[in-house]
Design a protein around this ligand. Structure first.
Ligand code: NAD
Length: 485
């Protein structure tokens, strides 16, 4: 039985026990759809990191020696429990994050797929051999876990992002310390509860809640060998630099400004519905959200008119209400930041095609309606910055080459989409666009768990991406044995 939804105070999870923070410090958790406080989350200190590291280090001694198929069986059991509890998991996500229940269910599914991928550990952990590197001499590569790994997660995917990290790391034989977002801490505890129920030994997964102090504790602790981070760009850069300076492996996935290019030959019904879902779904708070449309040539007038109509039809409301399509942004400050950006867009001379500021204006929830700016240029802040909000910018150009140039000018390079019927245009786009995850005639080209999740430029700091074989390489180290018998 879940203890998560009824807990007034969230606990840390260390060595298989639910423990209160030593400091006694907490901060509030809010339901973004109502503005109500739904609980308190610990703001832990370095002492908790110390105790989580000790627990993870002790657990590592045994866990790394558990036969890989046996570790995989724990993952299979975990997958089963996650499937059985997926409705409850989605409800927790909607409660603490605000996204709609359908979006949350989709996220739960993506998280479960990560566990399914990790359950393939026996194949993923295999090494390689060459029997004859010279006469009578052979060489083999063996793969081992690296030790205690730290993970730091953002608010926008309370399930999927932690599931990019700890299931694979643990399947590979590591032990893990997770620092969830202090804005969405509930789901992480339920994930830990279910993993324990699946038979995960104490200390293999630990959760330390908090903010900057916990993060710095992870970055500085000499026993933590690797750090996986997902969050905003400035923090990702800081994490990368600090973790690397402290001798750790690091993968830091950062912010985004994803461009959707629409050509004249595109199926506009498809383009409009996909762009609308990608721009306003999850209140624009996805790292793969469509935040800029680049309309090429004569398509612009009809496209913008239809995008406006679609935005007018978006149903805004509490994500727990099945009818809602657009939920709240995460916090009051994020709502105010978004309203400031809308002002900035007007001051910069963009045309406010649809103004979402009036939608659910009197609610205590943090709502901003679907907003569209037309005639946006690349010298505007609303084009340059990641707003992370339901605000879509439209840039107008004449050719696909110009459209690609606009997208490539961004400091971010997470995702990009192209809407067209032309194979030649698809090839031009694929070859010339400087972005890690591409979509053709669809809105959110997020790769599944068995592929790497890969951005470039200021969207990613590190070398090996999350998920897929990159994830396995990140969470393992190799031993080479060269032998003459
Ligand atoms: P955030 O950077 O504010 O927080 C992420 C984590 O870092 C949290 O756990 C937080 O406690 C911690 N943190 C925040 N400020 C810190 C500081 N100064 N020092 C140390 N730790 C700090 O990000 P967020 O607002 O929770 O998440 C949204 C961001 O995440 C967006 O920029 C989005 O694009 C990005 N994101 C990227 C991907 C990707 O795959 N590239 C996926 C999801 C989210």
């Amino acid at each position: 039985m879940s203890t998560v939804k009824t807990a007034k105070k969230v606990s840390n999870f260390i060595n298989g026990e639910w423990v209160d923070p030593i400091s006694g410090n907490y901060t509030e958790i809010f339901n973004p759809a109502t503005g109500e406080e739904i609980g308190k989350v610990p703001i832990s200190s370095f002492e908790e990191i110390e105790s989580a590291v000790k627990s993870a280090e002790d657990a590592f001694k045994d866990w790394k020696k558990v036969a890989v198929p046996k570790r995989a069986r724990t993952l299979f059991k975990y997958q089963q429990l996650l499937m059985e509890n997926r409705e409850e998991l989605a409800e927790i996500i909607t409660l603490e994050n605000g996204k709609t229940i359908d979006d949350a269910a989709g996220e739960v599914q993506r998280g479960i797929e990560c566990v399914e991928f990790a359950a393939g550990a026996p194949s993923l952990m295999m090494g390689e051999q060459l029997p004859d590197i010279a006469t009578g001499i052979e060489s083999g590569m063996y793969r081992y876990p690296i030790g205690v790994v730290g993970g730091i997660a953002p608010f926008n995917f309370p399930m999927m992002v932690p599931c990019w990290m700890f299931p694979l790391a643990i399947a590979c034989g590591n032990t893990f310390i997770l620092k969830p977002s202090e804005k969405t801490p509930l789901l992480a505890n339920r994930l830990a509860e279910l993993f324990k129920e699946a038979g995960l030994p104490d200390g293999v997964l630990n959760i330390v809640h908090g903010s900057n102090d916990v993060v710095n504790g992870i970055l500085e602790h000499e026993k933590i060998k690797a750090v996986s981070f997902v969050g905003s760009q400035p923090v990702a850069k800081y994490i990368y630099q600090t973790a690397a300076a402290n001798g750790k492996r690091v993968q830091a996935l950062a912010g985004a400004k994803n461009h959707s290019i629409v050509l004249e030959d595109a199926d506009l019904d498809n383009a409009v519905s996909n762009i609308t879902a990608a721009a306003f779904g999850s209140a624009g708070q996805r790292c793969m959200a469509a935040s800029v449309v680049v309309a090429v040539g004569d398509v612009a007038d009809e496209l913008t008119e239809r995008l406006k109509q679609a935005a007018d039809n978006v149903v805004i409301g509490d994500g727990a209400d099945k009818a809602s399509f657009l939920g709240p942004v995460i916090r009051k400050e994020q709502k105010e930041r978004t309203l400031d950006y809308i002002e900035t867009g007007l001051e910069e001379g963009a045309t406010l095609l649809r103004d979402g500021r009036e939608d659910k204006k009197d609610s205590d929830g943090y709502f901003v309606g679907a907003t569209i700016f037309d005639h946006v240029r690349t010298d505007m802040k609303i084009w340059e910055d990641e707003m992370f909000a339901p605000v879509l910018s439209v840039v107008r150009v004449n050719t696909i080459e110009e459209a690609i140039e606009v997208a490539n000018e961004s400091e971010f390079a997470n995702g990009a989409c192209l809407y067209t019927d032309s194979a030649k245009a698809v090839r031009t786009f694929r070859e010339e666009i400087d972005s890690g995850m591409l979509g053709i005639n669809l809105g959110v080209p997020a790769p599944m768990a068995f592929f790497p999740f890969s951005g470039y430029k200021n969207s990613f700091y590190g070398d090996l991406h999350a998920n897929g074989k990159d994830g396995v390489n990140f969470y393992t180290r190799k031993k080479m044995v060269t032998a003459r018998y």
